[in-house]
Design a binder for this molecule. Structure first.
Ligand code: SF4
Length: 212
């Protein structure tokens, strides 16, 4: 997404629909769906719980963590946004382990997909542009059976895919096509109306029905 000002939302959306990223880039107003709202709420609750967990382990919050040259053990920062001319990326958490920065992604879903791991690897590449001292693994935090679950992700496994993801040209790659997942997307009404207007073939997909 070289020519797009990259945000965490754009990057995350690019795994489900590049057309969504293009709409977002063009400032098209959508309407956040109940499903997306629920995901945001779950993510917020897991974040609060994970922060309490870190504090209970004696880990201290340090919001200057990313600009530190020398790290103190047992520190974390949360909801930190890193800016450059090319991106504004929010990290759910960044922790210190073995004197290296460990990016952490809070997942609202129980099952972890490959894209979660590629996404976190993309974050590690961007984090490295700010502070070279980044760990070779990150963490995905989810909740399973009422308990916090920590999954480690080795960046070397997903590095190539993450690098290609960061280089995608949205303008030429984004294609309009309705799919099953459209019904939980903030741009559903916009895209459904566009499909009607174009008499688009993807309307034939029986799973895509007008939202009531
Ligand atoms: S409604 Fe479907 S096609 Fe439109 S942006 Fe959302 S996911 Fe993409």
């Amino acid at each position: 997404m070289e020519s797009t000002h990259l945000t965490s939302k754009n990057l995350e959306d690019s795994f489900s629909c590049l057309y969504k990223v293009a709409l977002n880039k063009d400032n098209v107003i959508g309407e956040i769906s109940d499903f997306e709202k629920m995901h945001l709420e779950i993510k917020q609750n897991i974040s609060l719980e994970y922060e309490r967990y870190l504090i209970s382990k004696g880990v201290k919050r340090d919001d200057l963590l990313l600009s530190n040259a020398i790290f103190t053990e047992k520190a974390y920062t949360a909801n930190i946004v890193c800016h450059s001319s090319k991106y504004s990326i929010k990290f759910d958490f960044v922790e210190i382990s073995d004197n290296k920065l460990v990016p952490v992604y809070i997942s609202p879903t129980i099952s972890l997909c490959r894209w979660h791991k590629i996404y976190l690897t993309c974050l590690s590449i961007l984090l490295k542009q700010i502070n070279d001292n980044v760990s070779d693994y990150g963490k995905i935090i989810s909740k399973e059976n009422g308990r916090i679950k920590v999954s480690q992700v080795r960046f070397s496994t997903y590095k190539k895919e993450a690098q290609s993801k960061l280089l995608i040209d949205i303008q030429t790659t984004a294609k309009f096509c309705l799919t099953k997942q459209c019904q939980i997307c903030e741009y559903y009404t916009h895209c459904y109306n566009k499909a009607i207007e174009l008499d688009h073939l993807s309307l034939l997909n029986k799973m895509v029905s007008k939202k009531l």
